[in-house]
Structures are given as structure tokens and as C-alpha cells.
Design a binder for this molecule. Sequence first.
Ligand code: ATP
Ligand code: MG
Length: 223
Amino acid sequence: MRARAARAPRSTTDGAVVSALSAARSEGSTRRRIGVMGGTFDPIHHGHLVAASEVQRVFDLDEVVFVPTGQPWHKTPVSESEHRYLMTVIATASNPRFTTSRVDIDRGGVTYTVDTLRDLAAQHPDADLFFISGADAIAQIITWKDLDELWALAHFVAVTRPGHQLSVTGLPQGDVSVLEVPALAISSTDCRARVRHGAPVWYLVPDGVVQYISKHRLYRSEA
Ligand code: ATP
Ligand code: MG
């Protein structure tokens, strides 16, 4: 079920969902509910995983698909797509509700959320999509361009992120829920800097990702 009427996102104080409409699975509905978590994942860390897990629980999602972005052509370089994809597979492998998609990597180039959602909607015509994003990213993703199509393709869930206040007034009115998730002040930027300086990233990223970074000698030098 999807609330189509324009309404401002609202916050919670206790982590409960604001938008009961979107959180509830409509009675008798056989449609699957799929969360979509896009990101550079360079590397994926426990902040991403906790946020996805919390949205999965509160929104009663059948699955959360992690979608590593394509390789930007001329922006700040990110690690090779295959490294980011494989780290995401490793990090999500143990959760039966988490999967990883190659749609953005295989399309290549700069990733636009509208393309991600179009591709996933085509792959899952029987599902309602819930696009999950951190407070810092949501305002950039939900631009007025393609807004109507974005609303039609997915419900948007903005998760709070330490250090990034979500300005409710800064968002266009629409189908957005705001969810407070357990605060993990972890960022990929900090993880990369720690590796570069020889500091450990154990417990910030999954163990398999620590080992992958070490095996492939990622983040050893300034990119
Ligand atoms: P970078 O520092 O390289 O920008 P990042 O840690 O922000 O990396 P991204 O891959 O850019 O990670 O983020 C993917 C999505 O996860 C974004 O929507 C972002 O807002 C969200 N996110 C990232 N870190 C957290 C966190 N600690 N808690 C909640 N959401 C997060
Ligand atoms: Mg980021």
C-alpha cells in the first residue's frame, strides 16, 4: 500500500514509524515489499546494515536489496565497482532478507535513483518498493526533476544519521517517512581514512569486509 496524497514527512521521537500508512502491510495484500538501499558502499559498514535492518523490521519488508552505485565518470574516484559489489555481497550474505543487486554497476556511469527504481520495478512487478536513504542523501535524491515518477516508483524512507540533521522543511512534500535508527557514527570516508593511516576497522565493518580490504590492499593510499 502506498500513500499517494502529498503530505509532509514527520519525525518520531522513539523510533516508531510516523507513517503508519506506509508501515502497515495492507490486509490481504499479496504484494511483496522490497527495500532498496543505494550507496557507494566504499566500503559498506555497520551503519548501512543497521539502518537497513531497522527499516526492514519497522516496514515489515520481505527483502532489502543493496544496490552499489555505478562508477562515476569524472567525480571523485571511487573504488572499482567489482570491489564495492563484492564487499556488499560479503556484508549482506548472512542475512536471509538481504540481497545485492548489480543493476547500477551493470548500467555503468553516474547512478540516478530514478534509473535504479525503474530497473528494480521492472524486475519485481509484483512488489512495492521502499527506497531507503540517510538523512544527508535524501534531499539530494529527491529533486524536483523526475519527482512525480519517483513518487510513483517507491515510497521513500529517510533514516536519521548522526551528524546530519534532517530538515523536514527542506524536503519536497510527498511520500517520505522519517525513521530514527540506532545511531552509528560510522562513515565510509572515516573507514577509508583509518585504513590509510593504519588504524583498525574491525567492528566498524563486517569481519569479512575487513579481510577483503586487507587481501586487496584497498584504501592504502589517497585515491
Ligand atoms: P561516504 O563517506 O563515502 O560518503 P557513506 O558512509 O556516506 O560513505 P554511502 O555509500 O555514501 O556511505 O551511503 C549510502 C547510504 O547510506 C546513504 O543514503 C547514506 O545516507 C546512508 N548512510 C551512510 N552511513 C550511515 C549511517 N552511519 N547511519 C545511517 N545511514 C547511513
Ligand atoms: Mg555518503
